[in-house]
Design a protein. Structure first.
Length: 317
């Protein structure tokens, strides 16, 4: 009997090969291997769009304009800022936030390719902008409206929520389906949720009851400054809560947690840099330092967990 021909999806006489991840390919034929991308590599549907990167460049410029000035020469903020900030430790606190923002935006501009690598950050940025804009409106009499940077301050925080929402919607339309959660991130997500909730409660208390919190804060606060500091705690808390909900892959860890590490470490240095500004409330200072130390520990553990996995599995931002 003759042999029964067998239908094949590639030309007879052409050898079939195995793709890198087990997909079929053809050597010498027209059929090509369709292999999945390297783990963590941004596909065309998940890439950070050029318009989003351009927006982050603007945020980087704003962070650079504010951070070094407020943190390194805080004494000048009493005369040369949108409102008089004193004592200098408060300017240093705000400067720490902007310097940490420099870390986040620089990592995005110069390193990120995937939208999910920075997806944790937009919502907290919107929260910060709305909270600072609200504080500006409540305490409008404290601002120097004959000073042009004051109008720039107000305009930025009025526009950021709208622009971030538009860019978010655009990115999400091109993002594709969310990947399955990496089980190795479960513990980090749980710790982030706990500390994030603590920061949100503390930030909300500073905003809603600034006078009461000022009485127990480690250094002097005006109601405006209490609300400004509370806004930054809301940002950090919302970032951690967002991470607890949305982290899926290891390449999503470095940017938010490197930012958290920079912010917390800069804040930890403030009591040593501005010892003369501290009130005589040792218990309050110890409690404040303990919270900042917990944030540093969380950030270090997150980065230490992610770094070897990124190297071993070839994941990229």
């Amino acid at each position: 009997m003759g042999q029964i021909p067998v239908a094949t999806p590639w030309p007879i006489g052409v050898k079939r090969s195995r793709g890198l991840f087990g997909g079929s390919g053809v050597v010498g034929g027209t059929r090509r291997c369709e292999c999945p991308p390297v783990i963590g590599e941004a596909t065309s549907s998940g890439r950070l769009l050029p318009v989003s990167r351009a927006g982050v460049v603007v945020l980087l410029a704003l962070a650079v304009a504010n951070g070094p000035f407020l943190y390194l020469v805080p004494g000048r903020a009493e005369q040369d800022y949108a409102w008089a900030i004193e004592p200098p430790i408060n300017a240093g606190f705000l400067g720490a936030g902007y310097l940490a923002g420099t870390v986040a935006t620089a990592l995005v501009v110069f390193g990120a390719r995937s939208w999910r690598s920075l997806r944790v950050l937009p919502l907290p940025l919107v929260v910060l902008s709305i909270a600072l804009l609200t504080a500006t409106v409540i305490h409008a009499d404290r601002f120097r409206w004959d000073y042009p940077p004051t109008w720039l301050w107000t305009g930025i925080y009025a526009c950021v929520p709208v622009l971030v929402a538009l860019l978010w919607r655009l990115q999400e339309r091109h993002a594709g389906p969310a990947p399955e959660p990496d089980p190795r991130l479960a513990a980090l997500r749980a710790r982030s949720a706990a500390l994030g909730l603590l920061l949100v409660i503390g930030g909300a208390a500073l905003i809603l009851a600034p006078a009461a919190l000022a009485d127990v804060w480690p250094w002097p606060l005006t109601p405006l400054l209490a609300r400004a500091l509370g806004s930054w705690y809301l940002l950090a808390g919302c970032a951690l809560l967002t991470a607890a909900v949305s982290l899926r892959r290891m390449h999503e860890v470095p940017i938010p947690y490197a930012t958290l590490l920079a912010w917390s470490a800069l804040l930890l240095a403030l009591p040593a840099l501005h010892a003369d500004d501290l009130a005589e409330r040792p218990a309050a200072l110890v409690a404040w330092l303990a919270v900042q130390a917990l944030l540093v520990a969380l950030a270090v553990s997150a980065l230490a967990r992610a770094a070897p996995v990124l190297r071993a599995e070839g994941e990229r931002l």
